[in-house]
Design a protein around this ligand. Structure first.
Ligand SMILES: *Cc1c(COP(=O)(O)O)cnc(C)c1O
Length: 348
């Protein structure tokens, strides 16, 4: 039996969260003199003089309708990076606990671990870029609190097998965090449908990729109400600012825009793959379920510098284990991809 309370740090269990003016008074006042805000307004036209809703309920209601997850199972963070950091602070005792990651993968898990003084157990992917399920289960110990699985994975681009991930959710003793930053581009279903079944599951998504809102800094975590309550307890009271909340509310009315551009991105991704395949110095193009492709080139570092000279910036992953000789290329607009291809063709 999984008992969440057994996994929470003692100091966090005991924590009395900060009580803001807005969380202490929730009625319908007309004169607000409780939060030391500026009643005269602000130099801007918008009403930014008031503190934003600490729990962003209006946003969560709207997200709930799109994602089919109840609002009380949604946490909103200042990017999903904030949710990652908070998970460390809630579950991992510094200098004592560890987390498991499966490289090559997103770098923030390791950085967040280091900031929180948590050691990291690395169970590399197989050379096929699939999960070493046995290796993960064998390397967990009683101090392993989090397992990070990024699917579709950055930088490899592939999604992991659903059955393997679900097996890990069942067998891992701690919390399994599935990072779905690229799920909108994937053929696979999201793991949010399994939330009612597993109390040790956290699914991360973000508005930074398919929604095109990296600049607003909003990411979400979906989990049991118990876990969401801890995330809310530990987060800074006003972690999503008013401007981001308002702009995101507007953006959420434009699901069609998002779906249209997901389709174009996927179409462009497949075209770009076909074209790159024709290049003599392209050794391998990996299957991608995301808005980027990983390509193994002869002389990758030289090619990287050549592209930079022409003003085209891709990500050099050639020094990353299992990605030797690889560049990670984000899918751009049709024009950008065309320019990239022409430039690649001029590389000798
Ligand atoms: C881009 C990305 C994110 C997004 O992080 P935000 O803080 O929400 O912008 C999360 N996880 C992975 C794997 C990513 O590649």
């Amino acid at each position: 039996m999984f008992e969440l309370e057994d996994h929470i740090r003692e100091n966090i269990k005991k924590l009395k969260p900060y009580s803001s003016a807005r969380s202490e008074f929730k009625g319908n006042g007309s004169v607000f003199l409780d939060a030391n805000e500026n009643s005269y307004g602000s130099p801007l036209n918008e009403t930014f003089n008031r503190y934003p809703d600490p729990l962003q309920w209006e946003l969560k209601e709207k997200i709930s309708k799109i994602k089919g997850v109840p609002p009380q199972n949604i946490f909103l963070g200042n990017g999903s990076d904030e949710a990652i950091d908070l998970l460390f602070r809630i579950f991992c005792n510094p200098a004592k606990d560890n987390v498991i990651v499966c490289p090559p993968t997103y770098g923030m898990y390791e950085v967040s671990a280091a900031i929180n003084d948590i050691s990291i157990i690395k169970v590399p992917l197989h050379s096929s870029f699939h999960l070493d399920v046995e290796g993960i289960l064998e390397s967990q110990n009683s101090y392993s609190k989090l397992l990070f699985i990024c699917s579709p994975n950055n930088p490899t681009g592939n999604s992991f097998h659903l059955e393997e991930v679900e097996l890990l959710i069942q067998k891992f003793k701690g919390i399994v965090v599935i990072d779905e930053a690229y799920i909108n581009y994937s053929k696979q279903q999201s793991f949010i449908r399994l939330l009612p079944e597993y109390e040790n599951l956290v699914v991360l998504q973000t508005f930074s990729k398919a929604w095109g809102l990296a600049g607003l800094r909003v990411g979400m975590a979906y989990a049991s109400e118990l876990i969401i309550d801890y995330l809310n307890k530990v987060k800074p009271p006003y972690n999503i600012n008013q401007a981001s909340q308002q702009l995101l509310l507007n953006a959420l009315d434009n699901l069609d825009w998002v779906n249209t551009h997901i389709k174009s991105t996927i179409k462009e991704r497949e075209l770009l793959k076909e074209e790159i395949k024709q290049l003599s110095f392209a050794e391998k193009i990996y299957e991608s379920d995301a808005n980027f492709i990983l390509v193994k080139f002869q002389n990758a570092s030289l090619l990287y510098s050549f592209l930079i000279e022409k003003g085209i910036v891709v990500r050099d992953r050639s020094n990353v284990a299992l990605c030797e000789g690889c560049l990670r290329i984000t899918i751009g607009t049709q024009e950008e991809n065309q320019l990239l291809l022409e430039t690649l063709k001029s590389f000798i």
